[in-house]
Design a protein around this ligand. Structure first.
Ligand SMILES: NC(=O)c1ccc[n+]([C@@H]2O[C@H](COP(=O)([O-])OP(=O)(O)OC[C@H]3O[C@@H](n4cnc5c(N)ncnc54)[C@H](OP(=O)(O)O)[C@@H]3O)[C@@H](O)[C@H]2O)c1
Length: 331
């Protein structure tokens, strides 16, 4: 068994931090930031996972959906000051979302309470403020349990990650048109980089004003529309501007058709769910939603960090950065 991390000294640093989801985009960046801040970090990783975790982290291998394994090999009888959960369903499809975004987080919360964790930090998503999709309901249901848990908690709801807005660089580079819904100005967002998000989450540990709060967070403004992103990709790649405008109604037709067909071929139901997710992001901005006006509010969307999406695009085009889309690409 790995040795117990040293206990926290009084004052701010270092804390004993347990990270779950450290092999994901946000989790890896958060782990890096926690280590850079001087914390003692242990990550629970799936036994079969060979993805790299940030250097300097201790690894505990356990299946988090198995409560006995979580207790015996995940927490392994050790004590932590803070638990950071960056787990997420890799597809966003309903069954997986409830199993991971809700049930696995509930299991982590129960174990955190039983083992004396003082602060539970949850990576959520800004889109849960207007929940229409299964994974959003699953996240919200867990958020409510966390708030009622009696532990100190922080819920971080980021806007959009750079990777989720970079999927079209490759197709534009290959001379294909840029796809956008409507006129490309139906939505806007303030994207946040992995590094800035990781720094923000790590900073929640010792910031009293980020405790017991729900924190929407974006990157530096201004808010960008899909059309502006497309223009920048054309500028950087030197390709002539060529757009394909997709009517939103087409996504409704696709989702409806797949839903109907799934009655005969059940695996099409998952594709219908994914089409519905696509429709959501085609029409909803990733900004703070004002329930009184029914509008998204750019100014009310907090900004953090320094990294800008268009600098990231430039690095991708120059081959200095790669885009790992995973299963959660918005485009
Ligand atoms: N993409 C965006 O633009 C965006 C914007 C705002 C908020 N968010 C939210 O941010 C969160 C994290 O996103 P991300 O892109 O960092 O996710 P990601 O890269 O897909 O990582 C998901 C993490 O969860 C773990 N996980 C998933 N299923 C698991 C299972 N059955 N057992 C154990 N671990 C499991 C993965 O482990 P494995 O490596 O072992 O699979 C991985 O570490 C999500 O809640 C997402 O909704 C995303």
């Amino acid at each position: 068994m790995p040795h117990q991390p040293p206990p926290s000294s009084h004052g701010n640093l270092p804390r004993r931090v347990l990270v779950v989801g450290a092999t994901g985009t946000a989790g890896r960046a958060t782990t890096t930031a926690l280590i850079a801040a001087g914390h003692h970090v242990t990550c629970i990783v799936r036994p079969e996972n060979e993805d790299p975790v940030a250097p300097g982290a201790r690894l505990h291998f356990a299946n988090i959906t198995d409560t006995a394994a979580l207790r015996d090999y995940g927490f392994a009888g050790e004590t932590y000051d803070v638990l950071v959960s960056c787990i997420a369903s890799r597809t966003g499809a309903p069954a997986d979302a409830w199993a991971i975004d809700h049930d696995a987080n509930v299991a982590l919360l129960e174990r955190a309470k039983a083992s004396g964790v003082g602060h539970f930090i949850l990576l959520s998503a800004i889109c849960v403020q207007k929940p229409l999709l299964a994974f959003q309901h699953a996240k919200l249901a867990f958020e409510e349990k966390l708030v009622a848990s009696g532990l100190n908690w922080t819920i971080v709801r980021p806007t959009v990650f750079f990777k989720s807005l970079s999927g079209q660089i490759a197709r534009v580079t290959a001379g294909k048109p840029y796809l956008m819904f409507g006129d490309g100005q139906l939505t806007a967002c303030k994207p946040i980089s992995d590094r800035d998000l990781g720094t923000f989450i790590a900073g929640c540990i010792d910031a009293p004003d980020r405790r017991n709060r729900i924190l929407p967070i974006g990157g530096p403004g201004p808010a960008l529309t899909p059309l502006e992103m497309g223009r920048e990709i054309f500028r950087l790649t030197g390709q002539p501007e060529k757009y394909r405008k997709v009517p939103v109604a087409m996504l409704d037709v696709i989702a409806g058709g797949l839903r109907l067909a799934s009655r005969m071929k059940s695996d099409l139901g998952v594709k219908a769910d994914l089409a519905q997710i696509g429709r959501y992001y085609a029409t909803e901005s990733m900004l703070v939603f004002d329930k009184n006006t029914g509008l998204y509010d750019t100014d009310a969307t907090p900004e953090f960090g320094e990294d800008r999406l268009f600098d990231f695009y430039a690095d991708v085009v120059a081959g200095k950065e790669t885009v790992n889309l995973g299963a959660q690409a918005v485009f």
